[in-house]
Design a protein around this ligand. Structure first.
Ligand code: MN
Length: 675
């Protein structure tokens, strides 16, 4: 991170050096106008004001490779806002393109009766709208914020906090979404330092305390690698790099990891010429070190949605600690550090397919965001960062239509994104041609085919499987509607487990149940494990019968007990079938999401190595908790395994049973009575 400011002379001479003559002339003219108009103004540091626009322009020119027009706009970015020089004058002197960029970053002046928060939101929205027209506006703003953050200590403490919050919540996420990691890391670290100097210092010290040891080791690995690469005649530049403090802080505090457990704390970046060299280098690394399984990622074959491309792999080094490698070409490295700015800077208006897609998606997000009214600043911040996941996943339909999702989204989210009706009737899904559970997490590049069935119905456990707000909302709508319909039909509809006609529940019964509920609550305060509607009524004390242990999704009936509410049985339960007092039977129905219920299953199989592990695996891959597990030999080469597992819904149990059935050498699998 460079906190150095450049002087006017340094800026002008490097501009003269870098830019072609005609470009330099434009930049110099913009500098002169800015310098002239800001001449009586000073920064809080006491320096002449012009130092600020000069440094903003320098960041764009040097760090992001911007060309003449955006550099000129950066030099002029505060002129209209802070001086008498008007937008019209700028159009006359510099043309519409530059003047429009400047207008995009210009704040609206204080409007009366508006709070600071509202004003901030309005200004950010205004700028985002301008960004839709010319994406370079946001790059100027990010450079502007970067220089402001570098000189933040001159501001009064209260203002420091406000600016740092704004940067952490709005500008750093934008930089991440646009792939401009160079500015994102710096903005985050500076804001982190301003907002929580204590934690900042802690992380910094922590990293420093192990730095020498770490650096020595990295250097050693680099030397060995350079030798092998030299022997293979693969041109490459290797450099050790460390993660920025804020991201270490986030990993330590949110994932409760120790410093040693952070995989990419120690990383080596390798930059080479050709794409094929990247894979050759990967091969050399994997042959000579021990790779960590599951850590290899090919962002070259499937770039991140912010255009990031690279190979990632992690190895266990000779000191037993992980080292991450990032392998990429120089062009990819440009994208990795400057993101879309690697392109907006110079090749204006001409984008390749990937870039065009990216820009369209960005515009769509910004439109959504600027068109929706925002209640308060907290909502604004949180919606904004949710909307701008930098790690988006891109998945495709078999026809090649592309959809983007936040990390962690599942195949079921995909179904709902394609169409709500498809989501609601999802039966199964294929990813890259293979049938997978609908809870499977999407990865970038996946081709997803949703298999629907007209009669398939959504399950309440889907609420846990869905990760996107849009899809969850649709699912909730469905269940709300269903409930309304059932209510209209009259909630109290009675079952007839025995062939004896309809039975009705009287108000007196309900009152009785309520009373008994209160009484028992006084005594033992029972937890409410399940939500069950009794004759359409919520909040009636229910108990799941031990004889048949029903789970959500089972067809059930209720039996009004004397003094302890309603006991709930499976409809097929033999005990319930034997009830003679039919007046006490009542219609009950599962409602909403439930706490998991313990369920026993028994698997019979021909014994062979690893079969038990495969069964455990099938259970675990549905995110199901195993409470108890055991197996015993059953003679003649067969075995019996029993599991006590936590089930939220019948659908989940059926999914597990299906998986187990598909394992080789399984004879039978069934749900049994809990012992
Ligand atoms: Mn500024």
């Amino acid at each position: 991170m460079s906190n150095l400011e450049v002087s006017i002379e340094e800026f002008l001479s490097s501009a003269e050096e870098i830019l072609p003559d005609s470009s330099y002339d434009l930049v110099k003219r913009a500098f002169d106008v800015s310098n002239q108009n800001h001449k009586d103004q000073k920064r809080l540091s006491g320096q002449p004001y012009i130092i600020h626009p000069v440094n903003v322009a320098h960041i764009i020119m040097k760090d992001l490779g911007g060309q003449d027009k955006i550099i000129a706009a950066a030099l002029l970015h505060d002129v209209v806002e802070d001086t008498h020089y008007s937008h019209d004058m700028m159009i006359k002197d510099f043309g519409l393109e530059i003047a429009t960029m400047v207008k995009g970053v210009t704040k609206v002046s204080q409007i009366k009766n508006k709070t600071k928060d509202i004003l901030l939101i309005e200004n950010v929205k205004r700028m985002l709208i301008a960004t839709i027209q010319d994406p370079r506006v946001i790059i100027i703003k990010l450079a502007d914020k970067t220089h402001n953050m570098r000189t933040l200590t001159f501001q009064p403490p209260e203002k420091q906090v406000r600016i740092a919050n704004e940067v952490l919540n709005i500008y750093a996420p934008i930089a991440g979404r646009l792939g401009i990691y160079k500015l994102k890391s710096e903005l985050e670290d500076l804001a982190f330092q301003a907002l929580d100097s204590e934690s900042y210092k802690k992380v910094k010290d922590l990293v420093a305390s192990k730095k020498t040891e770490r650096d020595l080791h990295i250097e050693h690995v680099i030397l060995r690698l350079e030798k092998w690469l030299g022997e293979s005649k693969i041109p490459a530049i290797l450099e050790g790099r460390s993660k920025h403090f804020y991201s270490i802080h986030k990993k330590i505090s949110t994932k409760e990891k120790k410093l040693d457990e952070i995989y990419d704390l120690r990383a080596i970046r390798i930059i080479t010429n050709e794409v094929q060299d990247c894979y050759a280098i990967l091969g050399i690394i994997h042959t000579n070190f021990t790779p960590v399984p599951g850590r290899f990622k090919d962002y070259i074959a499937t770039p991140k949605s912010n255009l990031y491309q690279s190979l990632h792999t992690t190895i266990i080094s000779t000191d037993g600690k992980p080292i991450e490698f990032q392998i990429r070409t120089e062009e990819m490295n440009n994208y990795a550090e400057s993101g879309i700015a690697a392109h907006w800077g110079y090749k204006e208006g001409k984008y390749n397919q990937l870039e065009q897609r990216f820009i369209d998606r960005w515009k769509e997000q910004m439109r959504f965001f600027t068109e929706n009214p925002t209640a308060n600043i907290q909502d604004f911040f949180s919606d904004f960062s949710k909307e701008l996941h930098e790690d988006e996943i891109v998945a495709f339909t078999p026809r090649g239509d592309m959809y983007e999702f936040p990390k962690g989204a599942t195949v079921l989210d995909f179904a709902f994104r394609v169409h709500t009706d498809i989501g609601l009737h999802t039966k199964a899904a294929k990813v890259n041609g293979k049938i997978v559970p609908i809870r499977t997490e999407l990865s970038t590049g996946d081709q997803v085919e949703i298999l629907i069935e007209k009669n398939a119905k959504p399950s309440p456990i889907w609420e846990r499987i869905l990760k996107t707000p849009h899809a969850r909302q649709k699912l909730r709508q469905y269940f709300r509607k269903l409930q309304d319909e059932l209510k209209k039909q009259g909630g109290v509809e009675f079952v007839k487990p025995a062939p004896s006609g309809n039975i009705a529940i009287s108000d007196r019964d309900i009152v009785q149940i309520h009373r008994s509920k209160k009484k028992s609550e006084r005594e033992s305060k029972p937890k409410k494990p399940v939500n069950i509607l009794v004759g359409g009524y919520k909040d009636i004390l229910v108990r799941l019968a031990n004889c048949c242990s029903p789970i959500p999704g089972d067809e059930i009936i209720g039996f009004i007990t004397r003094g302890s509410g309603v006991s709930v049985h499976k409809k097929t339960c033999e005990v319930a079938g034997g009830f003679s007092d039919l007046k006490r039977l009542v219609n009950v129905r599962w409602d909403g999401i439930h706490k998991p219920v313990p369920v026993s299953i028994e698997v019979k199989a021909y014994d062979r190595p690893k079969i038990f592990l495969e069964i455990v695996d099938s259970i675990s891959k549905t995110d199901t908790n195993i409470l108890e597990a055991g197996a015993s030999s059953a003679g003649e080469g067969t075995m019996i395994a029993r599991f006590l597992i936590e089930i939220e819904h019948l659908d989940q149990l059926e999914e597990i049973l299906e998986y187990i059935k598909s394992i080789k050498n399984i004879i039978s699998v069934e749900r049994i009575k809990n012992s």
